[in-house]
Design a protein around this ligand. Structure first.
Ligand code: ACO
Length: 398
């Protein structure tokens, strides 16, 4: 035996390919939705989202995302019954929400309430990793049913107003608006709100959905996945952009301010909220449908008499001028948060509740992805390239 120490040949240092932000990386397959940037299209289980928004309500879309097909009339009636039965807030949840200071962002309230619901109804697991997909679908349907009450309760307590109990005779969107505003909404309001819910329901492997799938891949429970997804959605580069986009419009204030404001913002290399998208580089497929819905609200507000028409007209002109200027100067198009932010404002919502409204709808996509992840699971655990200090000894003493 030789006592020569055998060392590995000195290879060229390996340079791993790093995909910052996982940009361009395909991490798995999905049958839930298809985002096609080249054709600017979005399909939910094969159906164009524009057709779904025009011809179906959010309950049909919820069923489609969770169960894989649009419901038959009988399936729809059973689904309605289940979702409507889940609408009222359990008394314990009122108390829990009351403990959270109203200085907290409404997203933090929703995240806490969903976490508490998960604690109150632990998920049955037959053995590690063996989940009942159908049980998870129904669990998700009940979460979809109760989210409006969580959001509306929090909105109303912030204004010292009593809660409005859900109404069994109203569809999802009408009841949601009714619980927040304590009045029966008209057809236009219901239509616009429902359109936003349909457009927000699902969008493949975005940051929050990927978060939900990462959590599901550890064999954790549905509610933990949704809580994590809510945290990811809150950020202004993702769902939080609908709030930031409206703030942007009100900060700019008037179409005549757009150019000087944009000069400053671009000089400071500021992110323009509600513009740009990781996948769509030539416009967001959801924008034309959301802008058409917004246009109907704007037309009605402009036709009204008094100062409100003037205020809304100014906002609308700022919206158009900013969109045109950002396209000209940065070649960036708006994403769905740009028109939805203004639409939610015109519907009467406070700005800080815009992202929770997104949660109410996206819970459907997240849940569908959790089920899909579980059905063909592989723990999501990427690698990293270490670039810290080399091996060194801990110095003596302390
Ligand atoms: N404002 C200013 N510059 C932008 C914006 C923007 N909104 N979006 C992209 N850019 C710039 C980038 O800074 C970058 O410039 P550089 O090359 O000089 O550094 C260039 O355009 C290319 O950026 P991308 O690589 O396309 O950006 P990325 O894919 O990382 O970002 C993102 C996508 C995060 C959505 C970005 O467009 C953004 O921050 N937008 C504002 C936030 C927003 O509206 N988010 C909502 C997304 S949709 C949704 O969640 C429903």
């Amino acid at each position: 035996m030789s006592d020569t120490i055998i060392t590995a040949p000195a290879d060229e240092p390996r340079v791993p390919e790093i995909h910052k932000g996982l940009a361009g990386v395909v991490v798995d397959r999905t049958a839930v939705s298809k985002v096609d940037a080249a054709s600017n299209s979005l399909l939910y289980r094969g159906y164009p989202v524009q057709q779904l928004a025009a011809g179906r309500d959010i309950e049909d879309v919820a069923y489609l995302l969770l169960f894989g097909e649009l419901p038959t009339p009988t399936q729809r009636a059973e689904f309605d019954e289940e979702v409507r039965a889940a609408r009222p807030l359990a008394p314990g949840l009122h108390h829990l929400i009351d403990l959270i200071p109203t200085s907290a962002h409404p997203m933090d309230v929703v995240r806490t309430a969903v976490g508490a619901l998960g604690a109150a109804m632990p998920e049955p697991q037959r053995s590690p990793g063996v989940f009942d997909a159908d049980e998870t679908r129904h669990r998700a349907a009940r979460l979809f049913g109760v989210l409006p009450a969580i959001i509306a309760y929090d909105q109303r307590r912030r204004r010292d107003l009593p809660p409005v109990p859900p109404r069994d005779d109203l569809g999802y969107s009408a009841d949601f608006l009714h619980q927040v505003f304590d009045r029966e909404p008209d057809e236009l309001e219901i239509d616009v709100f429902d359109t936003s819910m349909v457009l927000y329901a699902e969008h493949s492997f975005n940051a929050s959905t990927f978060t939900a799938r990462v959590i599901a891949s550890t064999l954790s429970d549905l509610h933990s996945s949704i809580v994590g997804a809510i945290g990811a959605l809150k950020g202004p580069l993702h769902g939080g952009a609908n709030e930031a986009a409206l703030e942007l419009l009100t900060t700019v204030g008037d179409a005549s301010n757009v150019d000087p404001w944009l000069d400053d913002a671009l000089a400071r290399r500021e992110k323009l909220m509600g513009f740009g998208h990781r996948v769509y580089k030539n416009g967001d497929s959801r924008v034309p449908t959301m802008e058409a819905a917004l246009g109907r609200l704007l037309d009605r507000a402009r036709a009204s008499s008094g100062s409100e028409a003037g205020r809304v007209g100014r906002l609308a002109d700022t919206y158009d001028a900013l969109q045109a200027a950002v396209l000209e100067r940065k070649n960036l198009k708006p994403n769905v948060d740009y028109p939805s932010g203004l639409a939610y404002h015109l519907l009467g919502f406070e700005t800080s509740v815009f992202t929770p409204l997104f949660v109410a709808s996206r819970v459907l996509g997240w849940s569908a992805h959790v089920i899909e992840q579980r059905e063909a699971n592989s723990l999501i655990r990427p690698l990293s390239e270490y670039e810290g200090p080399g091996l060194r000894d801990v110095p003596a003493g302390g």
